[in-house]
Design a protein around this ligand. Structure first.
Ligand code: C2O
Length: 565
């Protein structure tokens, strides 16, 4: 029998060495400066002093490759404390570069600077960066795109053109003043005045038509859109008139492709979609507006941009897409339930830590309900909690610095694994259970623990979709449903074959979602609702993941320029 000709092993060895060298040689260090400063930005007929990065709004797009490193020096020339988070980047053994203020670092004070040293290890896709300091992320955000290593393929034919689309939320005043007012009164913060696409509200708002973003396309071409929901407080429906979208990636994890006329994207989430310009040459609206699951006021405006076939006269009126109704939970849920991942590497099949966290709003009773500080429902102040703990940020130090230096009194390690009181979470909850307790509690995980968390929405104040984001990790979404989670029945229906991999997932309103991950990244990692009004009310907790054995399983020492409180 004839055997195939084989290359001599020596030659093969040299070849592998060469390819390895080539891929190392291609790893780059990207050195950048982010200057944070107030600049005049004109929107909705008025000029606002806006906190920007390098004078840009939205901020600069970072483009790197898997295997690269970044050194980004943030120079704070604004009048607010600030810190920057690199949303979705795992920051392996390096929580010092993660960014949430008072969690992994003290904020960068006005006049100070700090260099984020970030290694990209085994990650690619669409990411983003944003301020993680009170409400500064309203205007301080941008795209972070990680291309695969040179020569490493995409799991789908990658279009030549690739366009980031940042969905944002705009207030016709300083967002920090909106926050300050809400913190004083205890009422819900004022809703925004506009949504934006790449910083522009679009045709349906006052004084905005001139600046509407236009994306030219050639007839027949396919393009990739990298959607990022950078809005502060709102899930969004997004569609393009007459153009179906093929979803290929969510939260930097490839998905089994599927085609849809509309997507729902929550704050914090990213989503890559392909679109083919195969319609009659013309102008088509790209539009986004609220998916609002809560029984509460919201911004019901619609932001637009225009998909414009080249050589179409500007005068042609664009076609408008069909968007679901604001409260169309059925469409939002059906869309999210279609997501399937391409892999399940690191999906734990056995569980060491079986956690059950309630998430939801609450109300703090006031001794004087007529006080100007108690303008929430019936003379209360709004709050939010996980397992009845309303998270309070420390002020004297960050959790991570306190942990590393062994400073006592900054946090406690008694975050409860289950709610302190069992009740009918999605039923008619008695008023006695509406008031959470304040605390700065973390939950300890041993290194490499296999973790499952069921996140259970409550109907306290209102059921609502809460986009829950975990820092330092990607997780698998193994199940979800409406009503109360049933530990006997529901696990039988978990998807352990191709569950979507994400870093931000919404609890269905009045429902639950189950996620799994392996705690292989030591450090303190924030988990919170990515709706900033809820985060400010305390809808957060943090995991303390212990070191394993040896240097490669241990948190790196902090950088010398790490800000102090
Ligand atoms: Cu995108 Cu803790 O945030």
């Amino acid at each position: 029998m004839a055997s195939l000709p084989q290359a001599p092993p020596r030659f093969l060895a040299i070849l592998t060495c060469f390819t390895l060298l080539a891929s190392f040689a291609s790893a780059e260090l990207h050195v950048r400066e982010f200057v944070i400063e107030a600049r005049p930005v004109k929107r909705l007929c008025r000029t606002h002093q806006t906190i920007t990065v390098n004078g840009q709004f939205p901020g600069p797009t970072l483009e790197v490759r898997n295997g690269d490193s970044l050194a980004i020096t943030v120079i704070n020339k604004a009048r607010y404390n600030i810190s920057i988070h690199w949303h979705g980047i795992r920051q392996l053994r390096n929580p010092w570069a993660d960014g949430p203020e008072y969690i992994t670092q003290c904020p960068i004070q006005p006049g100070q600077s700090y260099t984020y040293r970030i290694m990209i290890e085994g990650q690619e896709g669409t990411f983003w960066w944003h301020a993680h300091s009170r409400w500064l992320r309203a205007t301080v955000y941008g795209a972070l795109i990680i291309y695969p290593r040179l020569g490493s393929p995409y799991p789908f034919p990658m279009p030549k053109r690739d366009i980031p689309i940042l969905l944002g939320e705009w207030w016709d005043r300083n967002p920090m003043d909106v926050l300050r007012l809400a913190q004083f009164t205890g009422a819900a913060p004022n809703v925004s005045d506009a949504y934006t696409i790449n910083g522009q509200p679009g045709d349906l708002y006052r004084c905005s038509r001139q600046e509407t973003v236009r994306f030219p396309v050639f007839p027949g071409e396919t393009i990739q859109l990298r959607l990022i929901n950078a809005a502060m407080n709102q899930e969004l429906f997004f569609a393009i008139a007459n153009h179906p979208l093929t979803v290929v990636e969510v939260d930097s994890a490839y998905t089994k492709p599927f085609t849809t006329s509309v997507v729902m994207i929550a704050p914090g989430q990213t989503m890559n979609v392909l679109l083919t310009a195969d319609q009659r040459p013309g102008r088509y609206y790209i539009a986004a507006r609220a998916y609002n699951s809560a029984n509460a006021p919201f911004d019901n405006t619609t932001t637009t941009a225009i998909l414009e076939y080249v050589n179409t006269p500007r005068r042609t009126a664009p076609t408008f897409p069909r968007l679901p109704g604001f409260n169309d939970t059925a469409t939002a849920t059906a869309f999210t339930n279609r997501l399937r991942s391409m892999r399940r590497e690191g999906l734990p099949l056995e569980i060491d830590e079986n956690l059950f966290f309630t998430v939801g709003l609450g109300l703090i009773n006031c001794t004087n309900p007529n006080s100007p500080r108690c303008q929430g429902p019936n003379g209360t102040r709004f709050a939010a909690s996980m397992n009845n703990v309303s998270f309070v940020l420390p002020r004297r130090n960050s959790l991570m610095q306190a942990y590393y230096q062994g400073t006592p009194g900054v946090f406690t390690v008694d975050f409860p694994p289950v709610p302190p009181v069992k009740f009918d979470y999605t039923g008619n909850v008695s008023r006695g259970l509406w008031q959470p307790r304040r605390g700065t509690k973390v939950y300890k995980l041993r290194y490499k623990a296999r973790v499952q968390i069921v996140l259970q929405d409550t109907s306290i104040v209102t059921p609502e979709n809460h986009p829950m984001h975990l820092h330092g990790y990607q997780f698998y979404v193994v199940g979800s449903g409406f009503g109360n989670f049933d530990p006997k029945r529901d696990p039988a229906n978990f998807n352990l074959v191709d569950p979507p991999e994400r870093n931000t997932i919404g609890t269905p309103p009045g429902g639950w979602v189950a996620i799994r991950f392996i705690a292989d990244n030591p450090g303190i990692w924030f988990m919170h609702c990515h709706i900033d009004s809820h985060l400010g009310w305390g809808l957060a907790m943090a995991f303390l993941v212990k070191n394993g054995k040896g240097e490669l399983q241990t948190v790196q020492p902090p950088p010398l320029d790490l800000p102090r409180c």
